[in-house]
Design a protein around this ligand. Structure first.
Ligand code: NAD
Length: 318
């Protein structure tokens, strides 16, 4: 990323967005962030090292959007309400934050001459497939309002490339984890909740029998995938899986975490499975490897250790 590149990170007060902003600044880009703090935190912005511009506002507000997009070369669109259960409770709120906001941002990006638009898409687009791993050529089958809204954003990205020539890249993240993921909400990602519970010697909560599996990806890997998509020579208008390409059940994951944290005696509590959750998830990442140069920079266990180290020094530890 060159010193002259002006980047916008939407959702930069959130988990993935703040990690991405950090890395862009480290590589010399000029960074602007827009966030409305719906699920993001000022503390995440404070942890970003280096200077950036900040627009506090909602992507659905045209004035804020104008301030955010003017003069920008590359948009990294991370903002969303990223929760299946929250979308089941309030589908309209999720539609506005995930689908409407993405459409308005795409229109503004096209009108203001943005060159490239990298979109945080979601593996939830696949739903439950008969075969694993999940590959980009499979028919989509969203199982929740969240999955439908994120997929709509992805389809708008593809259409904006076809119709207006905007260089869109959609990265279907699988389950991302790492520093700055908020563990304290009922909608939080499972690794952050497990670590938080184990460190406090409380019982982690598992929805279902724990045999559901996920392809967990450390945040640095998807951050790198975003930057590679921003620099790629080919692939505009397309969708790529961004994940490790391995899967582990929640029960197995918990055993690994218990070993690392030394909390071997803490037992999980099992509750009824949640509506809209998929059973198994595993990516075929060959397209991203071949076309973007995607790499698993950090494996699962190393990523878990880094996340636990971060947690120990975070505000959640006190
Ligand atoms: N974390 C994962 O495992 C995962 C998996 C697949 C896809 N994704 C996608 O990655 C992106 C980032 O997810 P995350 O885990 O960092 O979530 P996050 O909740 O930590 O970050 C989302 C950020 O977007 C902001 N935001 C939401 N609506 C907004 C709006 N209308 N205007 C301005 N800001 C708004 C929030 O305040 C928050 O800071 C999301 O688009 C999500 O759908 C995440």
């Amino acid at each position: 990323m060159s010193l002259t590149t002006n980047c916008l990170v939407t959702g930069g007060a959130g988990f993935i967005g703040s990690n991405l902003a950090d890395e862009l600044i480290r590589r010399g880009a000029r960074v602007r962030i827009i966030d409305n703090f719906s699920t993001g935190f000022r503390e995440n912005l404070e942890e970003i090292s280096g200077d950036f511009d900040f627009v506090e506002g909602d992507l659905n507000d045209d004035r804020a959007l104008e301030d955010a997009v003017s003069g920008i070369d590359i948009v990294f669109h991370q903002a969303a309400l990223p929760s299946v259960p929250r979308s089941v409770e309030n589908p309209i709120e999720t539609h506005e934050a995930c689908a409407s906001a993405t459409l308005k941002l795409l229109v503004k990006a096209k009108d203001r001459g943005v060159r490239r638009f990298v979109y945080a898409a979601s593996s939830s687009a696949y739903g439950d497939q008969e075969t694993l791993p999940k590959v980009e050529t499979m028919k989509v089958d969203p199982l929740s309002p969240y999955a439908a809204a994120k997929l709509m954003g992805e389809q708008y990205c593809s259409v904006f490339h076809r119709i207006y020539g905007l260089e869109t890249f959609s990265l279907r993240y699988f389950n991302v984890f790492g520093p700055r993921q908020n563990p304290s909400s009922m909608y939080s990602g499972v690794i952050s909740r497990f670590i938080d519970a184990l460190m406090k010697e409380e019982s982690p909560l598992i929805y279902g029998d724990g045999e559901q599996s996920r392809d967990f990806t450390y945040v640095a890997n998807v951050v790198d995938a975003n930057i590679k998509a921003a620099e790629a020579a080919d692939g505009a208008g397309e969708t790529f899986n961004a994940a490790n390409g391995e899967r582990i059940s929640l029960n197995e994951l918990l055993s690994v975490l218990k070993k690392i944290t030394g909390r071997e005696s803490v037992e999980a509590v099992y509750k009824e499975s949640r509506k809209g959750d998929v059973k198994h998830s595993q990516a075929d990442n060959q397209k991203a490897v071949a076309m973007l140069g995607y790499q698993n920079l950090v494996g699962l266990e190393e990523g878990l250790r880094k996340t636990i180290d971060w947690w120990k020094h975070s505000r959640f530890a006190s």
